[in-house]
Ligand binder design. Structure first.
Ligand SMILES: *[C@@H]1O[C@H](CO)[C@@H](O)[C@H](O)[C@H]1NC(C)=O
Ligand SMILES: *[C@@H]1O[C@H](CO)[C@@H](O)[C@H](O)[C@H]1NC(C)=O
Ligand SMILES: *[C@@H]1O[C@H](CO)[C@@H](O)[C@H](O)[C@H]1NC(C)=O
Length: 345
């Protein structure tokens, strides 16, 4: 009798334990998929790029987002015949504004389809914005408050193992690369005033000293500092001048662009010199000369490599795949009734 009872007890135990492990497995899967990984979309998302930015196409064969960036269920196409079934259609502004491409007003726009306005340019370079009011559902640009935020670069946690020879063989104090020099821009007047105090190596089309892609970083790396001066001082606009030209060359950037607070939030700690920290360009030049002569003080601007690293974005495909990551969090019903005001806000 006792044996019988304990057998029954064991059977019950076995039953319960297998049932509960099955239950826990299911629960764990559910938690993993839905709570711990909310970015996994539940279905395939198809993204149609209506035309390539600046007319330069990239290859889109196969499951690019998965293969290159480990983003699944995300399919990119540039075949405009996919319009009727696309979840998202992306329009790069430049070609629309110049009339090289146009919006598909002749096609029936599916009710659930979202149109994305894409630009990495500061407001002044986005012409004819008025013509595009009430058409787009989402914005995709470098601004942090865009629906799809696509910065030129990002600061990541974790050192990069790059032990820059902080004061290697620098043969010049500061360099600047400028292709379109416009005297009315504030970067031009800061440059002119700085140049009264210190020599500045100027490269680019303006000076008839253009640098090839291969020569760019090694040339910048010859000087202690680089003028990462943006052509527009607007919200969040920090271009490849900082992320690539200065940081990838391993020199200290002198920055002019958005506020110091913006750089402090977006760039690595103690990685740059902001022009507004100085009352006069004489003070700024004196500070640069001081740093170039004081190895320890100069090297302090490279300490961040121990704790942070930077990531730059250059491939349009990577940016487009980001739409799928953001997709579950994007507002379902939204229209930019006044796109121009948003761009200039
Ligand atoms: C998603 O697309 C892949 C590849 O085309 C296909 O094999 C899969 O069945 C699709 N999944 C859904 C849920 O439609
Ligand atoms: C430093 O640069 C100068 C001129 O470019 C070169 O002659 C010299 O050999 C370099 N020194 C080192 C240690 O690399
Ligand atoms: C997207 O924008 C269009 C144009 O204003 C609008 O008609 C449509 O309802 C919007 N779609 C969604 C899903 O919000």
């Amino acid at each position: 009798m006792a044996i019988c009872r304990s057998r029954a007890f064991i059977l019950v135990l076995l039953f319960l334990s297998s049932f509960s492990s099955l239950y826990f497995n299911l629960l764990a899967k559910k938690l993993f998929l839905h709570e711990f990984n909310p970015d996994v979309p539940q279905r395939n998302i198809s993204i149609l790029l209506w035309h390539w930015p600046f007319g330069r196409p990239y290859r889109l064969d196969g499951d690019i987002c998965h293969k290159m960036y480990n983003i699944s269920h995300c399919f990119l196409t540039d075949n405009t015949s996919a319009f009727p079934t696309a979840d998202v259609v992306v329009f790069h502004h430049q070609e629309l504004s110049k009339g090289r491409s146009s919006l598909p007003f002749d096609l029936d726009r599916p009710a659930s389809q979202h149109w994305v306005w894409l630009s990495l340019e500061p407001p002044v370079n986005n012409e004819r914005l008025k013509h595009f009011n009430g058409l787009f559902n989402w914005t995709m640009t470098y601004r942090r408050d865009a629906d799809i935020h696509i910065p030129y670069g990002r600061t990541m946690q974790g050192g990069d193992d790059l032990s820059y020879p902080a004061a290697p063989n620098r043969s010049c104090l500061v360099s600047w690369v400028v292709s379109k020099y416009q005297p009315q821009q504030s970067r031009s007047s800061v440059y002119q005033r700085l140049n009264n105090h210190i020599p500045i190596e100027v490269y680019g089309m303006w000076n008839k000293r253009p640098l090839s892609r291969k020569k760019l970083l090694p040339t910048i790396a010859k000087c202690f500092f680089y003028l990462a001066f943006e052509n527009s001082e607007v919200t969040d606009y920090i271009s490849e001048k900082l992320w690539r030209n200065a940081f990838q060359a391993g020199v200290v950037p002198v920055v002019l662009g958005p506020s110091k607070a913006t750089y402090e939030t977006l760039a690595p700690p103690r990685s740059f010199i902001h022009v507004t920290d100085f009352d006069t360009t004489a003070d700024l030049s004196a500070y640069l000369k001081h740093l170039a002569a004081d190895k320890q003080a100069y090297e302090a601007y490279f300490q961040w490599h121990r704790t942070h690293r930077i990531k730059t974005y250059t491939d349009w495909r990577e940016r487009l795949c980001q739409i799928c990551v953001r997709y579950p969090h994007l507002p379902a019903n939204k229209v930019y009734q006044d796109l121009e005001s948003w761009v200039y806000s």
